[in-house]
Design a protein around this ligand. Structure first.
Ligand SMILES: *Cc1c(COP(=O)(O)O)cnc(C)c1O
Ligand code: SF4
Length: 335
């Protein structure tokens, strides 16, 4: 019992202690005096947030570190670029109750919590109206009522923000309520939290996921093979031993993972840790993220090479979000 409590305390402490000052981040990496320090965003509306286990995987002295690049707010974010807008997915149109997105058949996505353990600069949710969509108990009741009436929905996706921002009590409550909806058969959890704070996978959380009446699947979000070194590989083992499939979705990001070797290593080393590739997303054209974009022709060339180099089961599906489409639009290899 004591060990469990300690684990909960661990992730809470790491979350609370995350680095939020970009200057501190650069100092910690011996980059405080370099040219990178002069390219910081002035007053980012989306605050910097980097937990220690993630910071620990960065290489001191490397201004091009692919992990650092994902979390450092740079001035390029402030430059407006035509075509990069605040709600490229028009998600607000598929928002039946606060916090619920019912866009695709058979699946509904619940924004179970507004915040995240890490702030990824390329994130398509950086402009999402969380204030109206951080549901709280009241909003969750409305979402549950909607789900109970929406009999075509067989799978509930807990997303965010990051659903693991909820503590185990709150998640336990939510899962129990979802289990009471008879037409729901699957529970999917989309999270980046345990990648940056592996301690989040507490024994109690593992019990909750693996012990549910709903068949569960965990979808992680790793973009770079070095992110496997945060401790996530080890932390996943109890879940894997209990038969919970673990998938990964990545975003193709310029200067982070837009190299064949990097993507191959992400898929192959992920598999060694028990993670199967699911999606490789093209960047959503969100305001402030243009400097991360790999244009579609280049992305497809890279993907053709990736498809040629990996066994079919280690190849993520290259997809683009397209408003109005019945699902994410697949861009298959062209040979
Ligand atoms: C991505 C997404 C889903 C899940 O799509 P899958 O292709 O099943 O992974 C469901 N709802 C919304 C709103 C999404 O963005
Ligand atoms: S954890 Fe996910 S939702 Fe949160 S900022 Fe990163 S990519 Fe966006």
């Amino acid at each position: 019992m004591l060990a469990r409590e300690r684990t909960q305390d661990d992730w809470r402490r790491l979350l609370a202690g995350a680095v939020t000052d970009p200057k501190v981040l650069l100092d910690r990496l011996d980059l405080g005096d370099g040219p990178l320090a002069r390219t910081l965003a002035v007053a980012p509306t989306f605050q910097v947030r980097v937990p220690e286990p993630y910071l620990a995987c960065m290489t001191p002295g490397d201004p091009d570190d692919p992990l650092l690049r994902q979390v450092l707010a740079v001035a390029a974010e402030d430059r407006p670029v035509p075509g990069f807008v605040t709600d490229p997915l028009a998600e607000v149109e598929h928002n039946p109750t606060p916090g619920l997105l019912h866009k695709y058949r058979g699946r509904a996505l619940l924004i179970a919590a507004g915040g995240c353990a890490v702030h990824c600069r390329y994130c398509f949710r950086r402009h999402f109206p969380y204030a109206d969509n951080n549901p709280g108990r009241r909003g969750l009741e409305d979402a549950l009522a909607y789900l109970a009436a929406a009999e075509d929905v067989r799978e509930i996706i807990l997303s965010g923000g990051d659903p693991l921002m909820l503590d185990d009590d709150a998640l336990g409550w939510l899962v129990e309520r979802l289990e009471q909806i008879p037409h729901l058969i699957r529970l999917r959890i989309h999270t980046r939290f345990p990648v940056v704070i592996p301690q989040r996978l507490t024994p109690r959380l593992v019990d909750l996921i693996a012990g549910s009446r709903l068949r569960a699947v965990l979808v992680l979000h790793l973009n770079h093979p070095r992110e496997l070194a945060t401790g996530i590989s080890e932390a996943l083992q109890p879940l894997l031993r209990r038969g919970i499939p673990v998938l990964n979705q990545a975003v193709l990001l310029k200067g982070v993972n837009d190299q064949l070797e990097t993507l191959m290593a992400l898929c192959e080393r992920g598999f060694e840790a028990g993670i199967l590739p699911y999606y490789l997303h093209l960047l959503d054209r969100v305001a402030g993220t243009a400097h991360f974009e790999v244009d579609e022709p280049s992305a497809r060339l890279l993907y053709d090479d990736l498809a040629a180099a990996l066994p079919g089961y280690l190849l993520p599906r290259l997809v683009r979000e397209t408003p109005g489409a019945p699902g994410k639009l697949p861009l298959p290899p062209r040979w």
